[in-house]
Design a binder for this molecule. Structure first.
Ligand code: SF4
Length: 419
């Protein structure tokens, strides 16, 4: 039986996945005591791997990342390989590895996880420890003579079967309440990665983990969901009874000083779900004074082409309702969506300015042709000077934030890499 250590490369935003995977270790009695390390930078990562090898452990190093982070994760792996003489097993997972297995494996990872990682990681660690056939671990893929070989896959998990974080290791994070998304926005990787259905964590299960988080001394509880007000729903409708059950249960679990953050970072709400009833409910329970609303474009034509499932009027209505109920709306927009004309851009900037006047802030993004999405082959965003100047004017009034300039460069790099 080998002595095994697991080392996670800690990087935003992949850290959310790593917290959940640390939680998954708790479900297997034989792995719950496995040494786990989460070094915060490359130099600490190198030191950790060397230290574990010195004490005779087989080391598995894991990365989880989105498409824009492939290059930096691959670079970190290259630095680790250059610095460490002894062998270690480098694995990767996340949406990019799933959508682009060949590119990810060619970047240097020995094995990659296709799809969600809980069950595959547990099985891999058992095999490393017991000397089993690592290469054939279900859920993973590897390169054989330059071609991707994919192993069979596990069934998708029930969220209740796995903790959202690891209380025993004091590795806490936001609680994932919903995985997968029934909407089919053409720029988004979520439905592709986690399937186009909702899987919800039950209220009882969320409350149990909220209690563990509170018992650790933490006071703030956040949630991960592709669309927060879809909690408890199987379709496009909103199930306010389920949302209230969730929030009421969590408020009790976090009492008396606990604070709930719902419909805000790291999640958002769809605009058509912002109703007076929903906002009244949120105002009763949550501590956030802002909510994040997915708007994406000020052009009905672009919204329809992106299969957003709502129009511009609904975005305006959502902002009006949110403001009337005391929330500051932070509205997500994506510039440079495929097929966008100058007139579409003008409409989007006008909508941003209008919503800012109403009390919203704009969260600006540049379109990125993400692997796995219907828009993966589309050209990257180009944001002209006039539009950039309009965004800068909004930012100078504290009405806009976001990394759209950096995303233009990331989008270009993604397209070039694919070519
Ligand atoms: S953008 Fe939001 S609503 Fe649309 S598919 Fe992605 S997660 Fe679902």
């Amino acid at each position: 039986m080998a002595d095994v250590a697991l080392v996670f490369s800690y990087r935003f935003p992949g850290k959310y996945a790593l917290t959940a995977l640390a939680g998954a270790l708790e479900t297997d009695r034989t792995l719950s005591e496995l040494p786990l390390f989460v070094p915060r930078d490359t130099s600490a990562l190198i030191d950790t791997v060397k230290a574990q090898q010195r004490v005779g452990r087989s080391v598995v190093v894991a990365w989880s990342f989105y498409s824009p982070s492939l290059a930096e994760c691959a670079d970190e792996l290259a630095q680790l390989r250059a610095a460490v003489a002894e062998p270690f097993l480098a694995i990767a997972g996340g949406v990019h590895a799933t959508a682009e297995p060949l590119e990810t494996l060619r970047a240097g990872f020995a094995m990659i996880c296709i799809g969600e990682g809980e069950r595959p990681l547990l099985e891999l660690l058992r095999r490393v420890r017991e000397g089993g056939a690592i290469e054939s671990t279900p859920g993973f893929a590897r390169l054989v003579e330059g071609a991707v070989v994919r192993n069979e896959r596990f069934e998708r998990i029930e969220l209740d079967a796995f903790p959202p974080f690891s209380a025993s290791r004091n590795l806490f994070g936001a609680i994932e309440i919903t995985r997968g998304c029934i909407y089919a926005c053409r720029f988004c990787q979520t439905p592709f990665f986690s399937k186009a259905i909702f899987r919800h964590r039950s209220i009882a299960n969320v409350v149990e983990h909220a209690k563990a988080l509170r018992a650790s001394g933490r006071t703030d509880l956040r949630f991960i969901s592709p669309t927060s007000l879809s909690y408890g729903s199987t379709d496009e409708s909103v199930n306010l009874e389920a949302v209230e059950g969730l929030l009421a249960g969590c408020r009790d679990a976090m009492a008396p000083e606990g604070r709930l953050f719902f419909g805000t970072f790291p999640s958002e709400v769809r605009p058509e779900h912002v109703t007076p009833e929903a906002m009244t409910l949120l105002a009763k329970y949550v501590s956030n004074d802002s909510i994040i609303i997915g708007g994406q474009s000020g052009s009905d034509r672009v919204l329809a082409a992106s299969k957003r499932g709502h129009d511009v009027a609904v975005i305006v209505q959502a902002v009006t309702i949110a403001v009337a109920h005391g929330f500051r709306p932070d509205v997500d927009f994506i510039l440079g969506l495929p097929g966008e004309t100058k007139d579409d851009v003008r409409q989007t900037v006008q909508l941003m300015e209008r919503l800012a006047e109403q009390g919203a802030r704009v969260h600006s993004h540049a379109f990125m042709p993400l692997p796995g999405t219907p828009f993966r082959e589309a050209p990257p965003a180009i944001i002209d000077e006039e539009t950039g100047a309009a965004l800068d004017r909004l930012a100078s009034r504290q009405k806009l934030y976001g990394h759209w300039r950096a995303q233009v460069e990331v989008a270009k790099a993604l397209s070039e890499r694919r070519r």
